[in-house]
Design a protein around this ligand. Sequence first.
Ligand SMILES: NC(=O)C1=CN([C@@H]2O[C@H](COP(=O)(O)OP(=O)(O)OC[C@H]3O[C@@H](n4cnc5c(N)ncnc54)[C@H](OP(=O)(O)O)[C@@H]3O)[C@@H](O)[C@H]2O)C=CC1
Ligand SMILES: O=C(O)CCC(=O)C(=O)O
Ligand SMILES: [Mg+2]
Length: 474
Amino acid sequence: MYDKITPPTTGEKVTFKNGEPIVPNNPIIPFIRGDGTGIDLWPATEKVLDAAIAASYGDQRKISWFKVYAGDEACELYGTYQYLPEDTTNAIREYGVAIKGPLTTPIGGGIRSLNVALRQIHDLYACVRPCKYYTGTPSPHKTPEKLDVIIYRENTEDIYLGIEWREGTEIAEKLINFLNTELIPATPEHGKKQIRLDSGIGIKPISKTGSQRLVRRAIYQALRLPKNKQMVTLVHKGNIMKYTEGAFRDWGYELATTEFRNECITERESWILGNKEKNPNLSIEDNAKMIDPGYDSLTAEKKAEISQEVEGVLNAIWETHGNGKWKEKIMVNDRIADSIFQQIQTRPDEYSILATMNLNGDYLSDAAAAMVGGLGMGPGANIGDECAIFEATHGTAPKHAGLDKVNPGSLILSGVMMLEYMGWQEAADLIKKGLSGAIANQEVTYDLARLIEPPVEALKCSEFADAIIKHFND
Ligand SMILES: NC(=O)C1=CN([C@@H]2O[C@H](COP(=O)(O)OP(=O)(O)OC[C@H]3O[C@@H](n4cnc5c(N)ncnc54)[C@H](OP(=O)(O)O)[C@@H]3O)[C@@H](O)[C@H]2O)C=CC1
Ligand SMILES: O=C(O)CCC(=O)C(=O)O
Ligand SMILES: [Mg+2]
């Protein structure tokens, strides 16, 4: 079945039922070492995962690792330009759960991202990136411990669909002419806008299906969190791009208030109910004024719309959510993308799950990781209904490659996410304990060592892995 790889002789496949993995005690897990610093990160990660599993379960549980190839290593084995062989995608499909190091993507020309290709091929529509502070981690932020968010980033559309045409090509020119002469004039709201002929063109599709399945996963995750963290924030730039970013927000709210009606309350609904709770005799119009401070200067039509909204909410959910019952529900709100970047810094503890489209989530996950110690501490997972691939938020960091230097914390914590996904919580907890112990003892790699005052001597990547294992016994 495979051309150049051979699965381990012992172990079984992970299977899936209703989107959840069923994990045997000896799963076969494909791994991609990765380009650049992958050569340093993967051995450190494998060592820590194996040690934690052995310490937690003895010989009752064990991963049989299955080496598969992508990126530079794949070209060495399979030949020129064979960056993502079918062997690799077939193995990931067959075994269901995989983990990978980073893979290089050239800028401008060259191959399209292998990382993105893997997410697309396996329909791993939710990119899940928790940003949580480990005590003692040096951070550029004053109160990093207040940040504890999980970014749910849509992982298959928006810029990831990758539909674009280079400036000057026949199709780009054809498309620009079609837009300028037919589509834009046919859409009155676009006025006299025209696209310059020397433009590259990219298409940014945001679908209702893609948005809602992502938000659905985010809400399910919120249901698993403690009550005070049950909050989902829809991140968008809907003030500028109404039918893509704005639609993402609207579809998110629609899902929350239909499929999860009993579990969710929106922020605006909470204001309407809260106003009536404080003053049971409040008129619909006065309530409308309170939820929309600019109410008095609105048109009659807009005022009527807001009053209808208030009346609609009271009629629909006063019985089920009123009299403070809404405080027990998942709070769904939304924030404009630029604003959320400052909000997570100025009011980090007011956020929990951030549901985003693709590009916003890409930026936001690096920025949030920086607050809790940097990219060396940023884990991630790409989750679909019948497959999952775990990988760090960062890339190949080529200038550090092969130096046994970079922080493996991000890939190790991605492994922790994998263990949790598999239900192997004891091993996951042991690694978190070891990591916390190493950091508290200032046994850290260069990226964290340079932030500590006074600076401490940095451990190598491999030494940090050993330190984590040593601190299992703290
Ligand atoms: N999922 C994936 O595989 C991803 C792949 N990429 C690809 O990676 C390549 C390089 O991208 P680039 O923009 O340089 O971004 P990187 O994330 O690879 O690196 C940027 C900087 O982040 C810091 N950093 C990254 N990883 C670690 C780590 N493990 N420990 C400590 N610090 C770390 C380093 O900062 P400093 O030097 O200041 O210490 C590094 O120079 C590109 O080809 C890009 O497309 C990018 C993102 C994700
Ligand atoms: O695939 C790449 O090169 C970049 C991917 C990326 O930035 C991400 O997954 O956050
Ligand atoms: Mg990124």
